[in-house]
Structures are given as structure tokens and as C-alpha cells.
Design a protein around this ligand. Structure first.
Ligand SMILES: NC(=O)c1ccc[n+]([C@@H]2O[C@H](COP(=O)([O-])OP(=O)(O)OC[C@H]3O[C@@H](n4cnc5c(N)ncnc54)[C@H](OP(=O)(O)O)[C@@H]3O)[C@@H](O)[C@H]2O)c1
Length: 268
């Protein structure tokens, strides 16, 4: 009789809605290509959908907290270790956008976006790294096309994602026992896109793209990028997948897009 394989343990930040919630569902249920996992979700709110998932699945642990605090990151780690004794992957997805022109951008608002989108990632990694080294774990960071864009009023967000990319490359270079991925999820139909359509800080001609994508039903469903992100957290290594130019993505932290041909095995 063969022993039941140990389920992998994946920590997800921002699992309460949008891309994060879709990823939590895939990880719990498993898919054709992702084996079902044990999951710890960290977010400030715990909406009914997430509570219902936790009732249905003993493989879901919910930590209510703020990614910008060491305490919440430690609670997320400790919950995984208490329940399952290991950590195999991080899906660092929590993020915020805050529109403000550079002329008015206060240090306080800039720091808040940097704290949630970038500094929290370094903290989640710091507190879990000893466990990730043991399992040759995978760290998946949700980046954005904004990392290389210049939309007016997006300075804080653009800077936070560019810094995330730099952090991912450096982590990949330092930590040879883990894989690091920085992934752009595309333009996705979540609350964040609602904020982009509603802001009065963007020039009309730049906002028009987002309004028209919404109007024409061109926004991605959260499931599409979420599947790639979840699959990389479970199965990505320093050897696989390999980018179109032959670069092993997990060994370099190279910025990639959810729909790159090199990620086709990870797509829905
Ligand atoms: N939607 C897009 O088109 C798009 C494009 C490029 C990149 N992204 C990136 O994709 C990721 C997910 O965004 P989304 O579109 O799914 O947005 P969303 O629906 O607004 O979800 C954001 C998630 O982040 C969590 N979060 C925010 N601040 C937090 C904090 N301080 N502590 C803990 N959790 C926090 C939220 O949970 P609580 O509010 O419950 O805390 C929520 O679960 C973000 O990193 C975003 O930058 C999105």
C-alpha cells in the first residue's frame, strides 16, 4: 500500500477577494494540473465567501490581519506550522492602488502603498525563509505592468511594483534553495479595476483604455491569472518554467506575464 502523498502548504496574502480568492479556491480544490493543497490566507477582511470555504475545507486556515505588520506575517507562518508543520510556497498577492499626481503625493500616502505592495513582501519572506529553504519552496509575487509604465497619478503604485521586481531578482540571486517569480496578472476584473475607472486623478485619454476594456467585456476573469500564480506557487522550481529566451524564471526572478507562452503549462 502506498502512503498518501503529503499535501503542500501554501500561504496566500490578500485571499479575501479578487485574484487572491480565486487562487485560494484553486489551491483548495485542486485542478487538472494543480494538486489540492493546504492553505493559509491572510487578509484584513474575512468576507462570507472565504468563511464558507473554511467551513467546507479543513485544509483552509484563515488569519485576519494586515500584511504590513510583522505580527500578522508571523501569525500566518505559525498557523501553517501549527497545523501542518511545513511551508512549501508563498503567493504574495495583497496589493493596493492609490491615485495621486506627483505634485500632491505626500510621503504618508506613498509610504502606505510601498508598505502594502513591497515592504510586506520582504517581511513575509523574511519570517518564512527558514521553512522555505527546507522544502525548496516557491515565492510568487504579484507584480503589474505598472512596474514598467508611467500612467499619470500612478507614481506610488508604479514605484511599488518596480521595487517588487527588483526585490524578486535579488532574492532569486541570494537564495539558491528557493524559486522566485514576479508575475504580471494582466488587466483583471476585480475591485482594483473599479478604483481605476472611478478615479478623477487620471487624464481622460489614459483612463479611456480601462473604461473601454470594461465596457467591451475585455477584462480578464480573476481565475485566468490566479491559476498561473497558484500553479507556480505549488510547482514552480529554479529549473522550471523556462522563459522564451531560455532563462529559468524561478532562478532569476525575471518579470514575466501570466499569458507568456513559456507559462502555458501553468495556464487554465
Ligand atoms: N486587477 C488588476 O487589473 C491588476 C493588475 C495588475 C496587478 N494587480 C495586482 O494583483 C494583486 C491582487 O489585486 P486584485 O486585483 O485582486 O485587487 P483587490 O480585489 O482589490 O484585492 C486586493 C487584496 O489585497 C488585500 N489587501 C490589501 N491591503 C492589505 C493589507 N494591508 N493587509 C492584508 N491584505 C491586504 C485585500 O484584502 P483586505 O482588503 O481584506 O485586506 C484583497 O484581498 C495586487 O497585488 C494588485 O496590485 C491587479
Amino acid at each position: 500500500m502506498s502512503a498518501t502523498p503529503t499535501k503542500k502548504v501554501i500561504l496566500v496574502t490578500g485571499g479575501s477577494r479578487g485574484i487572491g480568492l480565486a487562487a485560494v479556491r484553486f489551491l483548495l480544490h485542486g485542478t487538472k494540473t494543480i494538486p489540492a493543497c493546504n492553505v493559509v490566507s491572510l487578509s484584513r477582511s474575512v468576507p462570507a465567501e472565504l468563511q464558507a470555504l473554511a467551513k467546507e475545507h479543513t485544509s483552509l486556515a484563515i488569519v485576519q490581519g494586515d500584511v504590513t505588520t510583522s505580527k500578522s506575517n508571523e501569525e500566518m507562518r505559525d498557523e501553517a506550522l501549527k497545523r501542518w508543520g511545513r511551508i512549501d510556497g508563498l503567493l504574495l498577492n495583497a496589493g493596493v492602488i492609490d491615485h495621486m499626481r506627483c505634485a500632491d503625493l505626500t510621503a504618508e500616502r506613498l509610504l502606505h502603498v510601498l508598505n502594502v505592495n513591497t515592504v510586506s513582501i520582504a517581511e513575509s519572506v523574511r519570517v518564512t525563509l527558514p521553512e522555505l529553504r527546507k522544502t525548496n519552496g516557491s515565492v510568487v509575487m504579484v507584480s503589474s505592468g505598472a512596474a514598467v509604465s508611467n500612467y499619470a497619478s500612478w507614481a506610488a503604485y508604479n514605484a511599488s511594483k518596480a521595487a517588487l521586481n527588483a526585490y524578486a531578482r535579488t532574492l532569486a540571486n541570494e537564495e539558491k534553495d528557493i524559486a522566485c517569480f514576479s508575475v504580471r496578472p494582466g488587466v483583471v476584473d476585480t475591485d482594483m479595476q473599479g478604483l481605476i475607472r472611478a478615479t478623477t486623478e487620471m487624464p481622460t485619454e489614459q483612463q479611456a483604455k480601462f473604461l473601454s476594456m470594461h465596457k467591451n467585456g475585455e477584462l480578464l476573469s480573476p481565475e485566468k491569472p490566479a491559476h498561473v500564480l497558484a500553479a507556480l506557487a505549488v510547482q514552480g522550481t529554479r529549473k522550471e518554467p523556462v522563459g522564451e529566451d531560455g532563462t529559468p524564471l524561478g532562478a532569476t526572478g525575471t518579470f514575466c506575464s501570466w499569458d507568456d507562452a513559456s507559462l502555458s503549462a501553468y495556464q487554465l
